[in-house]
Design a protein around this ligand. Sequence first.
Ligand SMILES: [Cu+2]
Length: 147
Amino acid sequence: MNLRRSRDVLLSVALLTAGCGERVGSGSVPPAPAPTTSVGSAERGGELAAAPPDTVDVALVEYTIGMPSRLSAGARVWRLSNQGFEGHNLRIFRAETDSLVWETDADVDPGRTDYATIELASGAYTVLCDVAGHDTRGMITQIEVNE
Ligand SMILES: [Cu+2]
């Protein structure tokens, strides 16, 4: 697939550091405690103590992306867990325009879980892992976001 790698600035994205013992209030995205690290910060193997109920769970494994195919629009916490043995990453493209709307800063290492707050407007999106050969082997999926 020939995807344009341009950033779509219409969406605001904030990284959420998975702090040890950091609690996430129910229903809303908490103010991130001045995260200065990039994605890849669940250093202590940490899970958030309590992820918001509308957390989007994404399982990255050879070679599939396990996640809901329908989401509601707005800002959601995405929990990216690499359950495989290779590094994986995530790219989100608007399906209509092939424009990149979000990407991980770095690969998620095997066994690691990273968190990001991602805001998506309604529409159709393609979600894939950009590691060479992974999308063609199955790490690509279509999702629909609705109001
Ligand atoms: Cu991958």
